[in-house]
Design a protein around this ligand. Sequence first.
Ligand code: ATP
Length: 212
Amino acid sequence: MDTSVTKGAPLLGILGGTFDPIHLGHLRLAEEAFDGLGLDRLHFVPSAVPPHRPPPVLPAAERFALVEAALAGRDGFMADARELDRAGTSYTIDTVLQVAEEFPEHHRVLILGMDAFNGLTRWHRWQELFCHTHLAVATRPGAQAVGEAASLLAERAIAPDELALRSAGGIVPLSITRLDISATAIRAARADGRSIRYLVPEAVRRALTPTH
Ligand code: ATP
């Protein structure tokens, strides 16, 4: 009889977004996902040309540099430039397939806030995602799963310890500290000349607004 304990695959988290700019809501989501899901590494992937929203305000190179500054010194968190290096619209399915090829021994976990998850069924080739990655969906102030997204969550919900044992297709609901911080509000504050201190990491604030 085989008595060996199956530990399963290491887990690689993917956190996509415009990061326009990166803020403490993103970082707290990442931190709690890393610990709560038992991730081995977490890639922050700024999108170059997001398909479902207006173009970002900050240039791509600056958004990426701010992500790098925010992650400095946090082992396991990586700034991943693959969408900036790719031509054309930034589709998550392409990112997941690339990551899968590069890290074949890992299971992937795509991390989303609830607002982003509610738009999932409008994404390019979204059904295919479930063949190549798990999802972790985090609570976000003011956002609850609705419509098709709510049904998907009910059908595919798994516990965190199943992520390493099943290759793809599960959704882990992730209850995280609710921080009502958004890049939209940060952009508005900057435009009005109001302080963004304590909404973004200090390194990001300094790089963005030396006067506040
Ligand atoms: P914007 O206000 O410009 O729409 P955003 O603050 O929502 O930006 P994004 O870069 O679009 O930031 O978000 C990337 C991912 O992080 C998404 O999955 C989003 O749901 C999640 N996220 C962003 N802010 C928070 C937050 N405060 N709490 C939980 N998840 C968040």
